[in-house]
Design a protein around this ligand. Structure first.
Ligand code: DGT
Ligand code: CA
Ligand code: CA
Ligand code: ZN
Length: 589
């Protein structure tokens, strides 16, 4: 960890201890320690940690020195983690409301039993806060406003919403004559399923002009910072955007730093240190000697030979690590040993399964969907409308399903579209794990996606058993949205993921990567290991209209985060190969 991260942890320790009502002298020691650390040079901290001389600094005692050392060398602190877990999450969450500090939270908790934002809002709406000693009408109003703003602005955003907001801004920045390079960074570039804020980075010699342009972007609702090296704004959707302005020679270092993730950065910095280099957003410079990394980088100025991220990684003995993999999950070791995967790309995808039409809850007809699939250049695409138990989604019964199958065969035979249509269903997994259609009906289809759409509240054990039973049905081709989560809206049902993956592998069943931007389910965090064990993936847009077909691209981001190669994904194969694969499965049935 660098010094500002260490200082942030020490400050947070102070806040949490105050929340617990601990000894004020102890609390002050942490807050003061944070200030001392901030005043030290980055290099001095490093040298003192190495030499064990932190205690010689005024304001740092033995206990603090030990904690700083732990943070600096491991990036973690056991004491802090224990402290965090000893305080109810609801109380900590209250800190997010402006005007409510640790002392007030304790008062609210003692007098009114408030331990969550919901309870705080309830009490404020009932006028109970105004009556409390030390609060009053005004602070009650402020609390209510803070809660409203948090709902509107404080939340994270779906990756796709962030992307759609960011793209025109980035294009605008690149058009400015004063800008030589511009990129987005942060979680958006890493393709996280949700994004906290947007991070833009530009290389320019005229930061003022560029920052002015940025804060006057039409979509800006509020300017929260406006300086020569950084500007921050809030856009009308509520998302915040940071712009950092750097001279050209710093661009690549800043790009790498602000792409993150934090864990990746910490590990990269440790690697650099092991090679006698100090790495930061300003540059990569020898670790020893006088001056901060920033000063040294500035002294070296234009003489730096590193201009691209490829060169930056190479300098540290690493192959280029794609942004999606920069999560601190082993990518650096893999980059060192030549073990990075060749990640799947959007252009590898030759077709998409699991799409809906107006026959169930889709908004476009079979023909409209087919035309759209053709326009996207797909060799094939699969229909999978809902089955009869999904009544609210107008699920098809056996008769309507047979009609749809007949219509698809006619359309395929007509040669009207170049894209081949596979017949299929998104068949409900009934609460006991049986499927919504009989074996005879499923045998008439090219493929079957099985999904849970009811009885979400089953125990983990029951839900796991239910899904495995569905996987063991010989007609099952793919498992749909493993957990049923809706990002930022609803947690998924809980399942034993490992067991389900085992069952899928054993039964040659695919698990889909549902590419709907609201789902991205199965989560990318499971894919690397699962694919290594032989699980096959299908990137399924779960499209409910023609535009939804494009969501396969969002799924590519998640697949890349899951280290998936082309080989791990059925839909990178040609039509002939896919037909053969599906036929091969049918023989088991
Ligand atoms: P987000 O915005 O919450 O979705 O996630 P990020 O990853 O975009 O985080 P953000 O916007 O706070 O910062 C962008 C990147 O900048 C982050 O991924 C890593 C880097 N960064 C920011 N603050 C720190 C820090 O205190 N230490 C380190 N090592 N890196 C940082
Ligand atoms: Ca961010
Ligand atoms: Ca940010
Ligand atoms: Zn579904």
């Amino acid at each position: 960890m660098n010094k500002s991260e260490i200082a942030a942890v020490l400050n947070e320790i102070g806040t949490l201890m105050e929340l617990k009502g601990e000894n004020p002298f102890k609390i002050r020691a942490y807050v003061a320690g944070a200030r001392v650390i901030e005043a030290l040079g980055e290099d001095e901290i490093m040298q003192r940690v190495k030499a064990g001389t932190l205690e010689e600094v005024k304001g740092i005692g033995e206990a603090l020195a030990q904690k700083i050392t732990e943070l600096h060398t491991t990036g973690r602190l056991e004491f802090f983690e224990k402290l965090q877990s000893s305080i109810p999450a609801g109380l900590v969450e209250l800190l997010q409301i402006p005007g409510v500090g640790p002392k007030k939270i304790r008062a609210l908790n003692d007098k009114l039993g408030i331990d969550s934002i919901a309870k705080l809002q309830e009490a404020a709406l009932a006028g109970k806060i105004a009556d409390l000693e030390g609060f009053g009408e005004k602070s009650q109003e402020k609390i209510l406003e803070g809660i409203r703003n948090r709902e509107k602005y404080g939340r994270r955003h779906l990756w796709i919403d962030a992307w759609e907001t960011a793209e025109p801004l980035l294009a605008g920045l690149r058009k400015l004559p004063q800008v030589t390079r511009a990129e987005h960074a942060g979680s958006l570039r890493r393709r996280m399923e949700t994004v906290g804020d947007l991070d833009f980075l530009v290389a320019t010699n005229e930061p003022k002009v560029v920052a002015d342009w940025f804060v006057h972007w039409p979509d800006v609702k509020e300017v929260t910072a406006h300086g020569e090296t950084k500007a921050s704004v809030r856009l009308s959707s509520g998302i915040q955007a940071d712009l950092r302005l750097v001279p050209a020679e710093q661009f690549v270092f800043a790009l790498h730093h602000f792409t993150g993730s934090k864990d990746h950065n910490v590990q990269m910095r440790q690697r650099a240190l092991a090679q006698g280099l100090s790495m930061s957003e300003w540059g990569l410079v020898p670790a020893e000697g006088e001056g901060t990394a920033k000063q040294k980088a500035e002294e070296r100025g234009r003489r730096t030979e590193i201009e691209t991220e490829e060169q930056l990684f190479k300098k540290l003995g690493l192959n280029f690590i794609p942004p999606e993999l920069r999560e601190g999950l082993g990518e650096i070791d893999a980059a060192e040993s030549g073990g990075l995967p060749r990640l799947v790309e959007a252009s590898d995808i030759r077709g998409v399964f699991h799409n809906h039409t107006t026959a169930s809850d889709g908004h476009n007809t079979l023909e409209e969907m087919t035309a759209a699939a053709e326009a996207l250049g797909f060799e094939y695409f699969g229909i999978a409308d809902h089955s009869k138990s999904s009544v609210q989604a107008r699920g098809l019964d056996e008769v309507r399903l047979a009609e749809q199958v007949a219509a698809i065969k006619v359309l395929n035979a007509s040669g009207k579209y170049k894209t081949f249509i596979f017949t299929g269903t998104e068949c409900d997994i009934l609460p006991d794990g049986r499927l919504d259609f009989s074996d005879e009906v499923l045998a008439t289809l090219d493929y079957t996606v099985v999904s849970v759409h009811s009885s979400f509240k089953q125990s983990t054990e029951d839900m796991t058993r239910r899904i495995i039973r569905a996987i063991e049905n010989p007609h099952t081709t793919m498992l749909g949205h493993l957990t049923g989560r809706l990002l930022l809206q609803r947690e998924g049902y809980t399942v034993e993921v490992e067991k389900i993956i085992d069952a899928a592998i054993a039964n040659q069943v695919i698990i889909e990567l549902n590419a709907s931007p609201w789902r991205l389910d199965m989560d990318w965090r499971h894919w690397r290991k699962a694919a290594a064990r032989g699980l096959l993936c299908s990137i399924n847009p779960d499209a409910h209209d023609t535009e939804g077909l494009e969501h396969f691209r969002t799924g590519i981001g998640a697949a890349r985060k899951g280290w998936l190669t082309k080989e791990a994904i059925l839909t990178t194969r040609s039509l002939a190969e896919v037909k053969k694969w599906l036929k091969g499965r049918k023989r088991h049935a």
